[in-house]
Design a protein around this ligand. Structure first.
Ligand code: NAP
Length: 258
């Protein structure tokens, strides 16, 4: 049985570890297949220069749209497709749904739950990044922007605002004129986030509704500091695709499909 995981997330890596009974070390590990005869491939887009690699086989780079992905599935004898990409990676998720239909393989989406506001949070919501950029000048002047380096272009024209941009790799233009870059990769600590907000006198935080714990401390730090949060809502999962919230139920689903 050949399982193809579309990855690039902690959940994808953890699912690969579960499927191969590999330890959660963060180090490359060949693992031992949990399901007899299992072949596991994780696909990465290739956006990050030095990604954390999961156990099992890894391929890197785009497939060439839904048709390319369907052709890859057929050529490599994939039996089950798992879309464990980031909740905001909407194109590949749409392609996965189309490719699964074309290649006639079952598809599962793994989506960690989004964040929910608690008492004391001041959250504003935007349906898209461009919606967030339009709203931002009314919310603050010193922005902590955590939406990722590939989404900076929509904020590029906001010359009156100052941005602290945190990303794994260095951003490339176009990006905001008044900007400082912080190269870092989660998980982040609450103390670290508190210190960042205070040191840079941040008065608004922009984030995607990524969910999960690794990057959630910024929300707590913002609540404590009375800093408003501009939350970009997720694109929908394609119609008809079953969804589970994490690696453990995904493992069960794959076992049943085996
Ligand atoms: P996207 O807009 O949905 O995808 C753009 C194109 O990148 C796709 O059409 C596909 O190219 C290729 N691609 C994306 N994910 C791939 C994968 N796992 N394996 C092979 N090709 C892939 O995706 P994105 O927002 O640029 O994100 C790229 C990757 O980074 C995703 O895998 C995602 O899990 C990860 N990531 C994204 C975010 C985010 O905020 N968007 C955050 C953390 C991690 P082809 O059409 O040529 O196949």
């Amino acid at each position: 049985m050949h399982v193809l995981i579309l990855g690039g997330t902690t959940e994808a890596r953890r699912l690969a570890e579960l499927l191969t009974a590999a330890p959660t070390t963060g180090e490359p590990h060949p693992g031992v297949p949990l399901i007899p005869g299992l072949r596991l491939t994780t696909s990465l887009a290739g956006r990050v220069a030095a990604p954390r690699l999961p156990p099992g086989e890894v391929r890197v780079g785009g497939f060439g749209g839904a048709e390319g992905l369907a052709a890859w599935i057929t050529a490599h004898g994939v039996d089950v497709l798992v879309d464990a990409t980031h909740p905001f990676a909407g194109t590949i998720s749409f392609n996965a749904a189309r490719a699964a239909a074309l290649a006639r393989v079952p598809l599962l989406a793994v989506r960690r739950p989004g964040w929910t506001a608690v008492e004391g949070d001041v959250w504003h919501e935007a349906e898209s990044l461009s919606g967030a950029a339009a709203l931002l000048p009314s919310l603050g002047r010193r922005v902590f922007l955590t939406t990722g380096r590939s989404d900076l272009a929509v904020f590029a024209g906001l010359d009156d605002l100052w941005f602290l941009v945190r990303s794994v790799d260095a951003p490339e233009p176009p990006y905001p004129r008044r900007m400082e870059t912080l190269l870092d990769r989660g998980p982040f600590t609450l103390d670290g986030e508190r210190e960042l907000l205070a040191r840079h006198r941040i008065d608004v935080l922009v984030t995607k509704d990524s969910g999960g714990t690794a990057t959630a401390p910024k929300l707590t730090a913002a609540r404590e500091a009375g800093v408003p949060v501009l939350l970009v809502r997720r694109p929908p999962v394609p119609d008809g695709v079953p969804v589970v919230t994490g690696p453990a139920p995904a493992l069960e689903w794959i076992r049943k499909a085996a």
